[in-house]
Design a protein around this ligand. Sequence first.
Ligand SMILES: O=C(O)CCC(=O)C(=O)O
Length: 210
Amino acid sequence: MSTVSLPFQPSLFGSGDPLGDPSFSTLRRFWLDTESWVDLAPDWLSGPDTLFTQLAESAPWQQRERTMYDQRVAEPRLTCGWAVSDAPPPLDDLADLLSERYQVHFDSIGLNYYRHGRDSVAWHGDRVRFVLQRPQVAIVSLGTPRRFGLRPRGGGTGQWFTVEGGDLLVMGGRCQHDWEHTVPKTTRGGPRISVTYRHTSEEPFTAPPR
Ligand SMILES: O=C(O)CCC(=O)C(=O)O
């Protein structure tokens, strides 16, 4: 799919080299219940606008379709992904930082490109829950701020976060099993890219020799 032209204005603040904060100094944990949590680290990634532009222009975006009520419909966002071993820098380095912190081997990356406020992702739990008891899912946000919602799978009070360019949000514990998450449509809003790191095993992470 060809590159999409963007009404996104990189800011001076967001335009440096993209680097994750190895100390996770802004991170705060929110417990959703006794088993499920969300970590939010505002401004974890410096230079988020540089990475936004790099990915918007060069990632292999695709328009996926899904079946709804017997009809094929386009998903309301573009997507693509890599194994971490094939991902372009600095996405591979960010995976190392996250793996060290969360002690799991983040080995896959999925990107979502919300081109405008009408793009979204519906309530869901990630499929990795079918193979893992306690999957951790780490999402780095780039571009325009969006709301990120979580609600208990069986119904009940949800929780909302605003994720801005450079923020890191990590879901852990039983979150993918017992909670669903969404990025809803909004009437306002420019483009956003989310970079999602997932792991496929619960083996503890061992750092490669340097
Ligand atoms: O864009 C986001 O922050 C959420 C992405 C997501 O839920 C997914 O890719 O499954």
